[in-house]
Design a binder for this molecule. Sequence first.
Ligand code: PLP
Length: 352
Amino acid sequence: MLDVLRSGRLSLGPAIDRFEELFAERVGAPYAAAVSSGTAGLHLLCAIAGLQTGDEVITSPYSFVASANCFIYEGATPVFADVDERTMNLDPAAVEATITERTKAIVAVDIFGYPCELDPLRELCTRHGLALIQDACEALGTEYRGRIVGSHGVDAVFAFYPNKQMTTGEGGMVTTHDEETWRRLVSLRNQGRADGGGWLEHARLGYNYRIDDIRAALGIGQLEKLDTILSLRQAAAMRYGELLAEVDGLEPPLADDADHVRSWFVYVVTLARGTDRERVIAELERQGIATSRYLPSIHLQAYMRERYGFSEGLCPVSEDLSQRTLALPFFTAIETEDQARVAEALAAALRR
Ligand SMILES: Cc1ncc(COP(=O)(O)O)c(C=O)c1O
């Protein structure tokens, strides 16, 4: 970062190119375009998919709002398909049931770093002529069917907000296997400037979704540490698993299997039905332990209800999870003793 500051090239410089090269290599994609946030990256892929007013896009209700907002910016209408209770990701059968002749794309999310059902979703997209956008903002390092997310040929977006596996402060990355998509990404993030064109020549309507070289340098530093970061997070998650194994009244996050290997973004437990989650949260808070209601269902957010008339009952699995899931304190450098204190306090709160 100091080298960048001293170089005088604070944006549109070589640190961005290097960050993109290293990132693309890390996730097994031929092309990567760094952007100002995960949301910006998702929006650009929606613009490139040519989404328009009246088009429908199917996505997950159990996610962070950006995965649904990204195509609303282009005028498309959200269609929420319910999630699988185990994986908390889009259920391909529910997706198929919501396809109409207006459907143009699917935005699939790897929620909490657990991979979505990419192959069945891709098969649906091929059969119905839909674009597939993978929101991998929480999933750097996740593996699906033996390969890292980013390498499967699907356009994917990663995010680097400070709570993510690696951070650039704010920032994101789009990976693609298609050169033309990459060229469009690079142009659209930079005010629609064309390759080789002048500074004040704009080939298309674009945005300022650039990252700068200072943050790109931070990203390079984070990539150098990524293996260590991911293994520390994995170890912390395993520790919670051991500490909570004997605790009644909660389900731990879904374990990996041969096709699904999670990269640890958050540690979310599911409380038994009938548990008063607010009381548990309050009891932990009294002991100085912050937890979070991860995640509310997107279709029930105030602006979604107002704009589209969505209400309870649309996606029962997601809505049920939204009432019962709880994110525990979780970050790369969390200490074993702190995790033990969280587990003890949670167990005590659930016994009462
Ligand atoms: C699933 C998901 N999608 C999109 C985003 C948006 O990323 P950003 O905050 O970088 O815009 C995030 C992270 O906040 C996320 O968790």
